[in-house]
Design a protein around this ligand. Structure first.
Ligand SMILES: Nc1nc2c(c(=O)[nH]1)N[C@H]1C(S)=C(S)[C@@H](COP(=O)(O)OP(=O)(O)OC[C@H]3O[C@@H](n4cnc5c(=O)[nH]c(N)nc54)[C@H](O)[C@@H]3O)O[C@H]1N2
Ligand SMILES: Nc1nc2c(c(=O)[nH]1)N[C@H]1C(S)=C(S)[C@@H](COP(=O)(O)OP(=O)(O)OC[C@H]3O[C@@H](n4cnc5c(=O)[nH]c(N)nc54)[C@H](O)[C@@H]3O)O[C@H]1N2
Ligand SMILES: [Mo]
Length: 898
């Protein structure tokens, strides 16, 4: 610690290396600075934070404290110098720089601090003009003071390096890319630059006019599973802006283009605002009473004729925990069936199964914060700079600060481009790749012997299996040179604190659970789970609340907190609390629901916030299932393709309009709070379920979201200590949290694994080829996944200016294949698989391997899931979205075909 005196007061002790500015601000003394942002390294460019210290005038933001230093923030000479610096800055700015509201301009606040209303220097304002080319980031160059904060934000936090200070002296201003229009630069629209700008030179559409904000609500983002805390600023009952919460534990004042800017869907013209019911084959407007009446009649008839086995409910990973809790209770208590599932089935069900088998619990083993310590990150089948941008940026920063990076991915993703080793394996070959790495770890003694002896099982069986997985042998299976497998294994094996981060490239396969087990083997061999200081294994769970939907028991075999439906003691206890019996027979999974509908055993399907016609594989099969159902109910924000097939469509509130909690990808419960009222007669899924249950004559209890979480806590020991009241008081909580006084467990298994044996279980699972294989007729492999700008079915992001950033889906094709097939950029290409056909625009890129193509599923017109197959993971039923054998042919443009 360092001792300093400030303004003649008693000495204070501050950590060594603190700056003068941090020190005085920590003592509650206001020293303004225009170029300082705690998220960034000090810029020292504005000279407004001048104070007297150590006998001279210093810039407080860049000067470190030294022992015995006397700091004087009130010395007239430093104050005059600071004022002069500020007036000099002002002399170069147009008068409108002082018209920005104080809460949005540090410049204005700083002028207020010094009591400055103008400049005594001759005014020489810039005339450099605006750049409003980007839909979200709006630049007024004349307000730029070249403080460098935006540039630092873009490099030190976001890691995109899109910005620089260009020009000389007086003319220096921020510039994006090579100085052309912002929209054409590599900017990814994270908004960090806007957020840090002290003058309003960088702004955003909703803040360009100066009308005041009426209220700000702190909530959790409803896009991906990272779980960023956002501040939603509302004006005229609409969203003016969303900014990242500065002190949020997960995102630490950062966000991405979707959470930050893609909120325009809330007041889209085609938002559902009233119920619709099918009359004479057409969906027509109806009152809530009419819709509920129809549901109760049709349900009664189906129940009478076919019993509870004829019902199924798909719950929503977009919805809150409380809504999912209520949804599974509704299925079990009101419909009398365990046939309730959620999109985890399409996504990370193999993670839940694989991690439970290996370690005991269905979540990642560590918290995101542990990545800050990792010296080597193994990133497998995940593309976080697009799909989890805030995590992607953190990984990037770790790598820029020296951590080693091994990426296993068939595609050259942004992070693959930065990796020490990119294992560019053939899609579907993960198990072989991970086994090859394990083989090398064992062969070269790069394993934690003590951990394996004391805390793991299954070593002998695994070692025996791994005989056949030497890199030389695996090389042909995964199409990766043996030396690359070897160097990947050595990097991972020699690191001191290895971390494993993975995504759908591991799970969405015919052997996805095996992939997770084989990956978990690597963590176990290195003893990097359940040990102090370890970094563990982290699945990048996808939806905002996919972890929570499963945690809450929206699963056919599990009650809240992963308690088996098949266990009579669990059922009894739950039934006593619910005062409703819990059906004993485990229910149907999503793919089984479709099969049962087609075979006539399932008659009524209730779908909450899931567009199965666009997001499930083999669309033709899904459509047939929907047509086969007698009665389909759907809640959504929009008339999705699925809703178009429904008999009753109910208008739902979005995450910005509701109350509750989400669980993010690293098991944190976080609060969701309404910033807006839902439009028209839309209500949240919580109230919708209550209304329907009421119409069916069932009282679901728990009248409020808070009461629902309390009831869940009383049923599920894993969440016993979690409540709204506590989250409001203490902030996010990791599960397990077994009692109100317990802090939650960011790192699992320090006291033992939760498997039956109490040990981590190695898995000797052999590699098996993918379900859908290429042949002469379908010689190429289609990989599907995500793009930064759009989210899943795109229902929300396509209704925002993100559409300008990415207006259509493309089929990414390697230039060699494109040349062979005679495809140029933008050419229409007809893709056929054994399951269906689609027409897309070709985009040539070396990001894909020859013989492989890539597309996302964000646009309904692109019909990507008409192509994907019905092959599923043999353990969990997760679709094989990552491998589809296809054939490509040049085609007429889709619009010319109609
Ligand atoms: N912008 C955006 N963000 C999103 C979403 C979105 O739609 N858009 N969706 C959210 C959801 S629901 C989810 S689940 C997550 C998904 O997040 P991710 O799992 O990161 O996303 P994907 O793009 O589906 O797949 C990741 C990578 O797996 C690779 N891959 C494919 N096959 C294989 C293989 O056989 N082996 C290996 N090792 N890799 C393979 C792909 O090339 C791809 O780069 O993203 C969430 N975040
Ligand atoms: N080819 C291919 N297909 C895939 C994947 C892939 O990698 N490749 N990934 C799969 C994965 S991982 C996932 S998670 C799924 C995602 O698939 P979905 O869950 O179907 O997609 P989303 O677009 O996230 O949202 C579904 C619907 O929920 C609505 N919605 C949003 N918020 C709410 C709400 O609060 N309440 C209600 N009632 N509705 C709401 C949206 O308007 C949208 O229509 O897609 C899967 N499909
Ligand atoms: Mo997902």
């Amino acid at each position: 610690m360092t001792r300093v005196w400030i303004d003649g007061a008693a000495a204070v002790e501050v950590p060594d290396g603190s700056t003068v500015l941090e020190t005085v601000r920590a003592s509650g003394i206001e020293v303004p600075a225009l170029c300082r942002d705690e998220r960034l390294t000090p810029q020292g460019s504005c000279r407004v934070c001048l104070v007297r210290a150590a006998g001279g005038i210093v810039a407080a933001c860049t000067t470190p404290v030294s022992d015995g230093m006397r700091i004087d923030t009130r010395a007239p000479e430093s104050r005059d110098a600071a004022r002069a610096a500020l007036e000099l800055i002002l002399s170069e700015l147009p008068p409108r720089s002082l018209e920005v509201p104080a809460e949005r301009s540090e410049l204005v606040r700083t002028c207020l601090h010094f009591g400055i209303t103008g400049t005594t220097f001759p005014p020489t304002p810039h005339e450099r003009g605006l750049d409003h080319s980007h839909p979200y980031v709006k630049l007024d160059r004349d307000l730029c003071i070249a403080c460098g904060r935006c540039v630092a934000m873009c490099s030190e936090v976001q890691g995109t390096f899109a910005l620089e200070l260009a020009g000389r002296g007086f003319d220096t201003a921020v510039s994006a890319g090579d100085g052309g229009p912002w929209a054409e630069s590599p900017c990814v629209g994270c908004g960090g630059c806007v957020d840090t700008c002290p003058t309003g030179a960088l702004s955003e559409p909703g803040l360009l006019d100066h009308r005041p904000i009426s209220r700000t609500t702190t909530t959790t983002c409803g896009y991906c599973g990272v779980g960023c805390t956002l501040d939603v600023h509302v004006r005229d009952e609409g969203i003016a802006a969303v900014t990242p919460h500065r002190t949020a534990p997960v995102n630490r004042g950062h966000a991405c283009v979707k959470g930050r800017f893609a909120h325009g869907f809330t007041d889209a013209a085609d938002r559902l605002t009233e119920p619709l019911v099918r009359r004479h084959g057409r969906l027509e407007r109806a009152t809530w009473a009419e819709a509920l009446d129809l549901i109760s009649h049709r349900n009664a008839r189906i129940r009478e004729r076919h019993g509870p086995d004829a019902f199924a409910l798909i719950s929503s990973a977009r919805a809150t925990n409380e809504e999912n809790y209520l949804a599974q209770k509704f299925a079990r208590a009101a419909l009398g069936t365990n046939s309730v599932d959620n999109c985890s089935r399409l996504c990370h069900a193999p993670s839940a199964a694989g991690l439970t088998a290996a370690f005991g619990l269905a979540g990642g083993t560590n918290s995101l914060d542990d990545l800050d310590r990792a010296d080597c990150i193994l990133l497998a089948g995940a593309n976080p700079t697009e799909a989890h941008p805030v995590v992607g940026a953190r990984i990037k920063q770790r790598v820029l600060h020296g951590a080693r990076l091994v990426v296993v991915d068939p595609r050259r993703t942004e992070l693959a481009g930065l990796a020490d080793v990119h294992v560019r394996c053939k899609p579907g070959s993960n198990v072989a790749v991970f086994h090859a790495l394990a083989h090398v770890l064992l062969r070269e003694g790069l394993v934690d012997e003590e951990f394996l002896r004391e805390r793991a099982s299954g070593r002998a069986e695994l070692a025996a299996l791994l005989h056949d997985y030497a890199p030389d042998l695996v090389s042909a299976v995964c199409d990766v040179p043996a030396r690359e497998l070897l160097s990947a294994a050595r990097l991972f094996g020699h690191s001191r604190r290895p971390a494993i981060v993975y995504g759908l490239g591991v799970t969405e396969h015919a052997h996805g659970t095996d992939g997770v087990r084989a990956l978990a083997n690597l963590a176990i061999l290195r003893g990097s789970v359940g040990e102090p200081g370890c970094c563990g294994i982290l699945p990048l769970r996808g939806q905002n609340n996919v972890q929570g939907a499963s945690d809450m028991g929206a699963l056919p075999d599990l009650l809240p907190g992963y308690q088996a439906v098949a266990d009579p003691a669990v059922r009894d206890r739950t039934a006593r609390i619910w005062r409703h019996p819990v059906p004993a027979e485990p229910g149907r999974r999503i793919p089984q629901m479709f099969d049962a509908a087609i075979s006539g055993r399932l008659r009524a399907l209730h779908v909450i916030g899931e567009d199965i016609c666009q997001s499930d594989p083999d669309t033709a099969h899904v459509r047939e299932a929907l047509r086969s159902c007698e009665f389909v109910v759907c809640h959504d924000l929009f008339l999705s393709r699925t809703a178009q097939h429904a008999d009753v469509v109910l208008p739902a509130a979005s995450f910005l309009e509701k109350e509750g909690t989400f669980v993010n990808f690293d098991r944190r419960f976080q609060r969701v709070r309404p910033a807006l009222n839902p439009p028209g007669e839309a209500i949240d899924d919580f109230q919708i379920l209550h209304r329907i249950a009421g119409a069916l004559g069932t009282d679901l209890g728990c009248p409020t979201p808070s009461a629902a979480l309390d009831e869940c806590a009383s049923i599920a020991p894993l969440f016993a200590g979690v409540s709204h009241e506590r989250l409001d008081r203490e902030g996010p909580l990791h599960w397990p949290c077994r009692a109100p006084g317990e802090p939650g467990e960011p790192m699992l298994y320090l006291d033992g694994f939760a498997t039956r044996s109490g040990r981590a279980e190695l898995a000797a699972v052999p590699y098996r080829p993918p379900g859908d294989a290429t042949d002469d007729e379908y010689p190429m492999t289609l990989v599907t996944g995500r793009r930064l700008e759009h989210y899943n079915t795109g229902s929300m992001t396509r209704r925002t200016p993100d559409l300008r950033l990415l207006p259509e889906e493309t089929l990414d094709v390697h230039p060699e294949d494109a040349a062979r097939l005679g495809l140029s950029d933008g050419a229409a290409v007809r893709v056929t698989s054994r399951w269906g056909a689609a027409v897309l625009s070709a985009r040539t890129t070396r990001a894909v391997r020859p013989g492989e193509v890539f597309a996302a599923f964000h646009f309904p017109e692109a019909e990507i899931n008409a192509l994907t197959s019905s092959h599923t993971d043999d353990v969990t039923g997760c679709p094989e979205f990552k491998v589809t054998a296809v054939d490509l042919r040049p085609a007429a443009r889709p619009d010319q075909q109609r």
